[in-house]
Design a binder for this molecule. Structure first.
Ligand code: SF4
Length: 64
């Protein structure tokens, strides 16, 4: 799911400490840097909201 990144989202991510990357997901295998469900995770491994105007959110994200 692609979200537009704007100043409101940046502010909410910081204020509410929102997480959405693989590294915060229970399906993430840190040893292999891969998704245990086998999903391609390139778009979900890193994010710099100050440099991006879009964010690709994984619908299978599960908070650890
Ligand atoms: S389910 Fe999605 S967010 Fe979680 S590790 Fe796999 S690709 Fe990343």
């Amino acid at each position: 799911m692609i979200h537009r990144v704007d100043d409101r989202l940046r502010d909410e991510v910081r204020r509410f400490r929102l997480v959405f990357l693989c590294t915060d997901c229970s399906q993430f295998d840190p040893d292999g840097q891969r998704c245990s469900l086998g999903y391609p995770n390139h778009d979900h491994l890193r994010c710099d909201l100050d440099q991006q105007d879009e964010l690709v959110f994984c619908k299978s994200f599960e908070l650890t």
